[in-house]
Write a protein that binds this ligand. Sequence first.
Ligand code: NAP
Length: 281
Amino acid sequence: MKVEKLILDGNRVADDMKEQLVVRVKELSGKGIVPCLATILVGDDPSSATYVRMKGNACKRIGIHSIRVDLPSSTTTDELIAAINKLNDEPTVHGILLQHPVPHHIDERAAFEAIRIEKDVDGVTTQGFAQNAFGLADYPSCTPAAILAILEYYNIPIEGKHAVVIGRSPILGKPVSAMLLNKDATVTTCHSKTTNLEDIVRLGDIVVAAVGKPKFVQGDWIKPGAVVIDAGYNKGNLGDVDYDACLKNAYAITPVPAGVGPVTIATLLKHTVEAAEKCAI
Ligand code: NAP
């Protein structure tokens, strides 16, 4: 018997989110407010420049104003914090995104912490992270929130399921683990020191790959009927999951590209619109 596979189409989820945002942006415009996202790019990393451009274009397409602050690689931590503070104090800016990674000599954590919580639309501050852990964040990290949005869109049950998250970064693995736990999954978070990783992944009803290694998750690690979410994005349009191999056992899976990526951008737009709406109250 042929088992139907569910391909979790991120473009479809993102389009649905953006359609709703267009209406909200119009409503704000009636009140004289244009949502505005400020993006800061430090240095000349080509991938980061591409991400920033994609985010700017996505803003434009739905009527969100975007400001781009380009700083040279030689920028110091103090100079970066000064640039963030300027945006913190600018009432027409509703969201601030500092593109990660910044050059090594900069204290990235200190820079993230400088973003005022009301404008932390990417959930990078420790306050935003803590709120997320309590299930109270206005703006959880965008990629974890995108993963939850995909599961919700496709009505994939989370409660009581065993979710295995591979990766524990502060922007992805840890917050998505907290969000799944808050949705009553039993969560195992794995990392580079985890022993018997494959055996643990085999227990997962939901497997989230956030490793940063192309095609890392192998097909025979996936329990038959599991849901596989590939948050990875590596050179050559490759995810962290061996898609073709994992598809064999998975019931549902996100492709790369067109999986988590577009929903992450739509989530950033959503958070920016929500931040602007708070100013309209
Ligand atoms: P990161 O900060 O490099 O974290 C990678 C995590 O994977 C770490 O926790 C690391 O463990 C763990 N890891 C590394 N090797 C491992 C191994 N052999 N076994 C088990 N765990 C291992 O990366 P990130 O920023 O979270 O990003 C992860 C992936 O998501 C990347 O592919 C990135 O491009 C992608 N990403 C996608 C989006 C999107 O919008 N789709 C957004 C952000 C990131 P340790 O903590 O022990 O080092």
